[in-house]
Design a protein around this ligand. Structure first.
Ligand code: G3P
Ligand code: CA
Length: 329
């Protein structure tokens, strides 16, 4: 099971129930954002994002219980949370429970909900332009049809990526990676960028180049299920931290992490729960552990107790509140 609630299930539920509570709450923001994509971010509301030359945000915030103590190697990694810190919140496809996934408005909702990290998926158009979209086709999340790789950038630019989720988001677009990165640079935050599906070296090079052009390399963490993509990324930009996505655990995750030069091993929470000792082994090797996609307090607690470093969730504001509330309680 990849998601506690699969994208398809979420889509069907949204189509039948109309507005979600979250969508209603951010409808005004959506309307303003869709019609005026780049308003200045109010300093009072801005998240504490690092500048382009600063280090990535380490986990911060109130203490939370955890069962696995970091060892010496773990303390050398900025991606492994210190004892007493809560897990990092990654907003999966933006705040995808409250806004249409992988759009700029979903990213903005995540930021305003306190998430310092946003997860997005990237894949190329027919003419080689990287776009932010999860599925292999545009059918589920836009008003168009067809494979992303069969559509030109002009065709992708014309699609409505918001109406499927709720009328308030009509007019939201499928962002290019360049637009997404520029938005991130302007508005703040860090990006967990998933290279979605098999990519050629040239396609990965385009992604790496666009990240470099926005001068936010130090705010981007690359992840992929596709091992060759990670190898290409490492060859092209060894400064980019890498995470390997896994549905199931490798027999020896530490060996895989060392071989690929991983900063993080990003595994399904269901798989990790079957062999929780893997967390300690990876930490001992200086490799962080992030889990996906976790949307309930019971599972947040289970993963927190295992000592994972980050939780990828469709409900980033709720998870942020949960970590704060848990420590306060
Ligand atoms: O970030 C982890 C998660 O995004 C991997 O699965 O299918 O949602 O891209 P998927
Ligand atoms: Ca993803």
């Amino acid at each position: 099971m990849k998601d506690a609630l699969s994208p398809v299930s979420r889509s069907r539920r949204r189509r039948t129930t109309g507005f979600t509570a979250g969508a209603v709450a951010v409808a005004a923001l959506s309307a303003a954002f869709v019609t005026a994509p780049s308003p200045p971010f109010p300093p009072s509301a801005a998240p504490s994002a690092p500048g382009p030359s600063s280090e990535p945000s380490p986990p911060s915030g109130p203490s939370a219980p955890r069962s696995v103590e970091p060892d010496a190697k773990a303390s050398e990694s900025p991606w492994i949370r210190p004892a007493g810190a809560p897990p990092t919140v990654f907003a999966h496809r933006g705040a995808s429970s409250a806004a249409p996934e992988n759009t700029l408005v979903a990213d903005e909702v995540a930021r305003r909900g306190g998430a310092k990290w946003i997860e997005n998926d990237v894949q190329p158009s027919k003419d080689g332009v990287p776009y932010v979209l999860h599925d292999a086709t545009v059918d589920r999340t836009t008003d168009g049809t067809g494979a992303v790789r069969s559509l030109t950038s002009a065709e992708l630019d014309a699609l409505d990526a918001g109406s499927w989720f709720a009328p308030a988001y009509a007019g939201a677009r499928v962002p290019t990676l360049a637009a997404q990165l520029a938005d991130l640079r302007e508005r703040g935050g860090n990006l967990l960028l998933e290279i979605k599906g098999r990519h050629s070296r040239a396609e990965v090079a385009r992604i790496v180049r666009e990240v470099g052009e926005q001068a936010i390399t130090r705010r981007v963490f690359v992840q992929s299920f596709d091992v060759p993509s990670l190898r290409y990324a490492h060859e092209l930009a060894p400064e980019l931290p890498l995470g390997l996505l896994r549905d199931t655990l490798d027999p020896d995750p530490v060996a895989v992490a060392k071989e690929l030069g991983l900063a993080a091993y990003n595994v399904s929470h269901v798989a990790l729960a079957r062999r929780p000792e893997v967390v300690g082994a990876l930490h001992a090797a200086g490799v962080a552990v992030n889990v996906w996609t976790v949307d309930t307090p019971a599972r947040w607690k289970a993963m927190d107790d295992l000592g994972v470093d980050g939780i990828i969730t469709n409900r980033p504001a709720e998870l942020g509140g949960w970590t704060a509330g848990r420590s306060a309680g």
